[in-house]
Design a protein around this ligand. Structure first.
Ligand code: SAH
Length: 472
């Protein structure tokens, strides 16, 4: 492929697109973005194009067939008619006049490719397979889109704004490189990426004034890892997992997720089993603050969502007292993940108008909850940490008015390859739990929506491997 990738300033330059169908519409979007003056010649244009050009002043449409003398002084021509011979003729004339020509469907006759673009303006990544495989191009684009945060645009804008100021105060290239590396590696870049641009700029101004490189102070990322399936992580969670120097995690974070952490990051287990608190909460709070004050990028990785039965609030509070920068990244909570993977919608127009997340954690053998509020039909109850208290939970709900036959589901290790869904009702569930050896984590869903499991179940981990476990 004898192509030189170039970025050319095209604003105000003339572009002629011949054709008004799907192919033309695909080319039109990036061309209009590049601020060219576009003329489209075509007897008809499809609705998509009407939509794209709405209110665009850089576009005109001439509703007619193309004529040879339409090609004269343009910068770029796109041949996108549905007739191969016409396209070839357009290419021939354009080349004769030294005009760049993109052949929408047949790159061989053209001399310009319009690449696929990952756009984080002012950063642009252009991808082309030289028309070998548009599918491959799309695959590469998708991969890049997922690893480059959308807010990279902001980062580039801030760096552009400060480029000359930094140059004025730091004379050598080495100093400037150190300055920007410290900026990108430290909390200031995360400030920009998470939208605290003014705060980051103030810190940059201060550094420049004092002619010091930006502080590489530590920071904390409180990140939700979701219920188990690593593919349920958010882009942001994955990015911070790759950035952290030290990771503090507990029992609920699945192994495949742990494998995605930057390899040389230090990993500290502060697991929480029911009876065996590996580390008291206060010590975890202190540990986060201490590591961050040592200048480390600390990732506090939690199962599900940090703000749903995750003590995320407590851990953050202690950071505020020490003025340590932090970010919170939500995760898919067990209720969402387990319900989806078990085919149990948490709400449904016919069965449930509300959904309540409840802790079933027992203190002194009792569950101190507002049973009257919970024992209502047409709502779904999701009990976290409810397996050990299931007897009390089911009995109290029956006592407060729910039918014994109210459906209940226990989802074991939801969203993982070991997921099991146990179906019963308020009467039978405690007995099923007692009689089977069930290994946590488990989530208890109660309500009529559970009936839909039979019809909507789709995730079948047993089909992945040969298992001799009990099927319920
Ligand atoms: N912050 C977490 C919940 C922590 S409390 C979240 O948002 O999901 C811990 C409880 O979550 C467990 O006792 C269990 O009830 C539930 N849980 C977490 N992951 C689970 C999973 N993969 N399958 C079933 N239950 C899960």
């Amino acid at each position: 492929m004898n192509y030189l990738p170039l970025f050319i300033d095209t604003s105000g330059k003339k572009c002629l697109i011949i054709g008004g169908g799907k192919v033309a519409s695909r080319k039109l979007i990036p061309i209009l973005k590049s601020k060219m003056n576009v003329k489209m010649i075509s007897p008809e244009i499809i609705d998509d194009i009407e939509h794209i050009i709405k209110d665009n002043k850089n576009f005109i449409h001439e509703k007619r067939k193309f004529e040879e003398n339409d090609i004269k002084d343009q910068f770029l021509i796109v041949a996108a008619t549905n007739d191969k011979n016409t396209n070839a003729l357009i290419a021939k004339i354009a080349k004769g006049k030294n005009i760049l020509i993109n052949m929408a469907e047949d790159s061989i006759n053209g001399n310009v490719l319009i690449p696929s673009v990952v756009d984080r303006d002012p950063i642009k990544i252009a991808i082309s397979s030289g028309a070998a495989s548009p599918i491959l191009t799309r695959l590469v684009k998708t991969k890049l889109e997922t690893v480059i945060p959308f807010s990279f645009s902001k980062l580039a804008e801030v760096m552009m704004e400060y480029r000359s100021k930094v140059k004025d105060h730091f004379s050598s290239i080495k100093e400037r490189r150190n300055f920007w590396e410290a900026f990108l590696d430290g909390p200031l870049s995360e400030m920009v990426l998470s939208g605290h641009i003014d705060k980051a700029k103030k810190a940059l101004d201060k550094s420049i004034k004092e002619e010091k490189i930006p502080d590489k102070n530590g920071e904390v990322y409180l990140v939700g890892a979701g219920p188990g399936d690593p593919e349920l992580l958010s882009f942001k969670a994955l990015r911070l997992m790759q950035k952290a120097d030290v990771v503090i995690y507990d029992r609920l974070v699945s192994e495949p997720i742990m494998n995605l952490i930057r390899q040389d990051a230090e990993k500290i287990y502060v697991g929480k089993q029911r009876a065996d608190h590996a580390m008291p909460q206060e010590n975890i709070n202190e540990l986060l603050a201490r590591l961050a004050l040592e200048g480390k990028k600390v990732l506090r990785l939690k199962g599900g969502d940090p703000f749903i039965f995750g003590r995320g609030g407590e851990e953050i509070e202690s950071l505020i007292n020490d003025d340590i920068p932090f970010q919170i990244v939500p995760g898919i909570t067990a209720a969402s993940g387990c319900a989806s993977y078990a085919g149990i919608p948490l709400t449904h127009r016919d069965h449930s108008q509300a959904c309540i997340f409840v802790t079933g954690h027992l203190r002194d053998g009792t569950v101190n909850l507002n049973w009257k509020m919970l024992a209502h039909e047409k709502q779904t109850l999701v009990f976290y940490m409810g397996m050990h208290g299931s007897k009390v939970i089911c009995e109290e709900l029956i006592k407060h008015g729910l039918k014994e036959k109210t459906p209940a589901a226990l989802i074991v290790k939801g969203t993982t390859a070991d997921q099991e869904v146990i179906i019963g009702d308020l009467l039978s569930m405690p007995k099923i739990i007692k009689e089977n050896k069930i290994i946590p984590p488990t989530l208890l869903i109660i309500g009529d929506v559970v009936k839909l499991h039979n019809k909507l179940k789709w995730f079948d981990p047993f089909s992945f491997k040969d298992k001799n476990n009990i099927h319920f």
